[in-house]
Design a binder for this molecule. Structure first.
Ligand code: X2X
Length: 361
């Protein structure tokens, strides 16, 4: 072999040997991305997170491997520390409730204003309008200003009341009831205003609390949490009052987000949008005009028990579905909380939400 050819051959070999190392160096992706979820894997929220992670794995041919950690595992049980842990990189992704991040981001108390969205003619349309509108953008901007990237919405659901003493149909029925709530001040104030006795408890300890009867009730979404938890083992009464909602947000640590290629960022946003459709349908199943059941059927995900009210009754619960007039009485009784919290959240944001909702009436 001539010297020139030998050199070329050696150079080609060196390239072949070096190629895998170069590729490995250019690939900054982690072997596993940790996604935090506060409640358990069988909750609607846990299922939405798993749906997202599976979709991402499939569409990225395994390049992006997201593992879901349900039951507040990454948070040592303390749900209101999730935002800070995501921001500082201890967590890569979180499918998070506005409630759990509201101690750090005051704007996220908006969907927790009592009987605010519930007073609208179509509460689901109203929620969607907020997310798609100016007020939704204001909430997302507030989060991103504090250092977490948001790539989509989903839904835990409108929160309904379950109690061992009841049924509950008017503010008077709430007097003296011990109710477990999340450690976020607006909850304490709402239940105090209704004459109840709110008890702050992490979700990780709540089921034991229900079992031991340390509280008389709690509030959580029907499809998302109460049915998967078999709440009827603890509480025989359910009141449908829709008093507030926690939408979920798909958050990503900003450094992790920047490490993805533009194509993969697009892929993640698209998967989050599909997870949102799935998660919202799970949350609204049997409580809307039938659109959620039709959607779940179309993707082969319609659960056998698709009527939540029938499921609760079959399991021995009394189901009280409040009339618009009864909801109006609760709305009136919580006026002070809405006024005080409008000042704290920012009147501009509340006004923006009102006009977003008015556009779909
Ligand atoms: O703690 C709750 O009630 C739960 C599971 O719904 C939230 O994380 C807000």
């Amino acid at each position: 072999m001539k010297r020139g050819k030998l050199f070329l051959a050696l150079a080609a070999c060196a390239c072949l040997v070096a190629a895998p190392f170069t590729a490995a160096k250019a690939d900054p992706y982690k072997g596993e991305y940790k996604l935090s979820v506060v409640p358990g894997a069988t909750s609607g929220w846990g299922k939405t997170a798993a749906y997202f992670a599976d979709l991402v794995r499939k569409r990225s041919d395994g390049r992006i491997n997201i593992k879901v950690y349900p039951s507040s595992q990454l948070l040592s049980g303390k749900q209101t520390s999730e935002f800070l842990m995501l921001r500082n990189g201890a967590i890569d992704f979180a499918l998070a409730s506005t409630i759990n991040w509201s101690p750090q981001i005051k704007e996220l108390n908006l969907p927790a204003l009592p009987f605010f969205i519930a007073a609208q003619p179509d509460r689901y349309k109203a929620m969607d309008a907020i997310e798609a509108g100016k007020s939704g953008k204001m909430m997302v901007d507030a989060i991103e200003d504090k250092g977490v990237k948001i790539i989509g919405w989903a839904e835990n659901g409108f929160r309904e009341l379950t109690t061992s003493k009841g049924p509950i149909a008017s503010p008077e029925d709430m007097k003296g009831l011990k109710i477990r709530v999340v450690g976020s001040p607006i909850f304490i104030e709402t239940f105090r205003e209704l004459g109840a006795n709110p008890v702050n408890m992490n979700w990780s300890e709540a089921t034991t609390g229900f079992q031991q009867g340390v509280v008389d009730g709690q509030e959580n979404p029907t499809n998302g949490i109460n049915i998967p938890l078999k709440i009827w083992d603890f509480h025989k009464h359910h009141s449908d009052w829709h008093y507030m909602i926690d939408p979920l947000l798909m958050g990503v640590n900003p450094q992790v987000w920047k490490s993805f290629s533009p194509e993969d960022q697009k892929l993640l946003v698209e998967c989050a949008a599909e997870a949102e459709k799935y998660g919202k349908a799970l949350s609204r199943l049997g409580m809307d005009d039938g659109a959620s059941a039709a959607y779940l059927k179309s993707i082969g995900e319609l659960p056998e028990a698709a009527d939540p009210y029938a499921t609760m009754k079959e399991n021995g619960m009394t189901v009280t579905r409040l009339t618009p007039e009864q909801i109006q009485a609760f709305h009136k009784a919580t006026q002070k909380v809405r006024d005080d919290w409008t000042a704290k959240i920012g009147p501009d944001l509340v006004k923006a939400a009102e006009s977003d909702m008015a556009a779909v009436k």
